[in-house]
Design a protein around this ligand. Structure first.
Ligand code: NAD
Length: 474
């Protein structure tokens, strides 16, 4: 059983001040899986002080970019060496099917570090404009808060640009994935990141909020639910602290009338059910042309009936357990609300009888869904899709945009140009044509209540930089 004694603060492993521990429970066996320290407010004070000292007095922000790149490259190589073991740990901790963990959980962090290393090599941190020098300088001490669904991918898309630009970081993993958060700390420590530059302090929401409000923090980069993000934004707003938010979504899959339905539903196997439905951009509102509605529902039901549900460590598994009992309760509540509001369960809807333990939910398809229903408006974050009928392309766009969220979406069509035209009308941060993957060169983020700011791409670096103009005499 993995056991960590200390938080990673100021380059040392420090026992938690209040002696609190997180006992992690396996989502598969419902038995203890490992133990990690839990940070209290006093630990947050220490971590912020360490990051502050490293930023104000330490070598990190004063090093050349090449020197910081050398450290991040060591992180990248050590991470790649340990990737297989880390993927197993994340699968055990939060139930991500091992068949996708290699790319989703541990492949992406390596790609992200590689990308930002190359970007920073040629980035102009200083330029001459008129008689001025325009400088881009690190924003300072960054608090990075992430959820449990893709913990390392979400951390590295923050840590790589923040650290390469010269910031120092207090990283708060979610309690559900505290162990892998501390493994990340081990890797940075081994790579020789100077003391205080990265501090890793797993904790719950209360200590997270204390960190957000800490006067020693210059910027907060938050990924999580819209409810928590709203709280984070209001705290930062009142302190005029910089912040970025990557929040929830309710993305639409617009199936155009020319689409080949059998291949679309095979695409939705990933695009809607990835990580057992626990990905912020999963396409969980399926918009089907009215005259092909029955065909779409039937094809979806047929597809989910062939999905393998089971032990996430088994490479054949496509749908694993949900992360926690709380998450399964939430998904079950939504399934009940869907039925109460008049939608029909076309497939799934319950706990799979094949699984005696574990927080499983069958892949579920709701039909007869009106877009105003709760299951079409709220983010469920489980393997549940709602199929909504539309009349024509304009109506499909209207429904896709009828959401308080604006994170992702997809267009499925035999005519890619037509799909791109329709994508231009969708008010979300990213739209995928026929299931095309997101990539690190392109910015990622939300419109509306799905967030503020962008990660990935050059936009993801800009978030960690302040601009300073030095007016020089002619
Ligand atoms: P959550 O908001 O409950 O928690 C996310 C993180 O924030 C955790 O580390 C938690 O401890 C911390 N936290 C919670 N309340 C806080 C507060 N008031 N102050 C400071 N920290 C606080 O979310 P969750 O249920 O753990 O994660 C799922 C959510 O994350 C979904 O809504 C999903 O869409 C979203 N998400 C978004 C993206 C994106 O890039 N847009 C990516 C992954 C997940």
């Amino acid at each position: 059983m993995p056991e960590f004694e200390g938080l990673y603060i100021g380059g040392r492993w420090v026992p938690p001040a209040a002696g609190d521990r997180i006992v992690q429970i396996s989502p598969l066996t419902e038995q203890p899986l490992g133990v990690a320290p839990a940070a209290s407010n006093a630990d947050m004070d220490l971590a912020v002080a360490a990051a502050r000292k490293a930023f104000d007095e330490g070598p990190w922000p004063r090093m050349s970019v090449e020197e910081r790149i050398a450290v991040l490259k060591r992180v990248r190589d050590l991470y790649a060496d340990r990737a297989a073991g880390i993927a197993e740990l994340i699968t055990a901790e939060m139930g991500c099917p091992s068949s996708i963990a290699g790319l989703l959980q541990v492949g992406y962090p390596v790609q992200v570090i590689d990308y930002y290393v190359e970007l920073c090599r040629s980035w102009e941190f200083e330029e001459k404009r008129g008689h001025s020098i325009v400088r881009q300088v690190p924003v300072g001490v960054v608090a990075a808060i992430v959820p449990w669904n893709t913990p390392h991918s979400t951390f590295t898309v923050k840590l790589a640009p923040a650290l390469l630009s010269g910031c120092t970081v207090v990283a708060k993993p979610s309690p559900e994935t505290a162990l892998d958060g501390l493994v990340l700390a081990e890797i940075f420590a081994e790579a020789g990141v100077p003391e205080g530059v990265l501090n890793v302090v797993p904790a719950g929401a209360d200590s997270g909020e204390y960190l957000v409000g800490h006067p020693g923090v210059d910027m907060v980069t938050f990924t999580g639910s819209t409810a928590a993000g709203s709280r984070v934004g209001s705290i930062c707003g009142s302190a005029i602290r910089r912040f970025s938010l990557e929040l929830g979504g309710k993305s639409a899959a617009v199936i155009l009338d020319d689409a080949d339905i059998p291949s679309v539903v095979q695409g939705l196997r990933f695009a809607s059910f990835l990580n057992s439905g626990q990905v912020c951009t999963n396409q969980t509102r399926i918009l089907a042309p009215k005259h092909r509605y029955t065909e779409v529902v039937e094809a979806l039901c047929e597809m989910v009936s062939t999905m393998t549900v089971g032990d996430p460590a088994d490479p054949a598994t496509e749908v694993g357990p949900l992360v926690s009992q709380r998450q399964r309760d939430r998904v079950e509540r939504y399934i009940a609300i869907g039925e109460q509001e008049g939608a029909k369960i076309a497939a799934g809807g319950g706990r799979p009888s094949s699984q005696p333990t574990g927080w499983f939910i069958e892949p579920t398809v709701f039909c007869d869904v009106d877009n105003s229903m709760t299951i079409a408006q709220d983010e469920i974050f489980g393997p549940v899709v709602a199929v909504v009928a539309y009349d024509d392309d304009d109506h499909a766009v209207e429904i896709a945009n009828d959401s308080r969220y604006g994170l992702g979406g997809g267009v499925w069509t035999a005519d890619v140009e037509r799909g791109i035209d329709l994508a231009r009308r969708i008010r979300t941060g990213q739209v995928s044509i026929n299931g095309a993957d997101n990539e690190v060169v392109a910015p990622f983020g939300g419109f509306k209540q799905s967030g503020l700011g962008r990660e990935s791409g050059p936009e993801g670096l800009l978030g960690y930089l302040e601009t300073q103009s030095v007016f020089c005499p002619d």
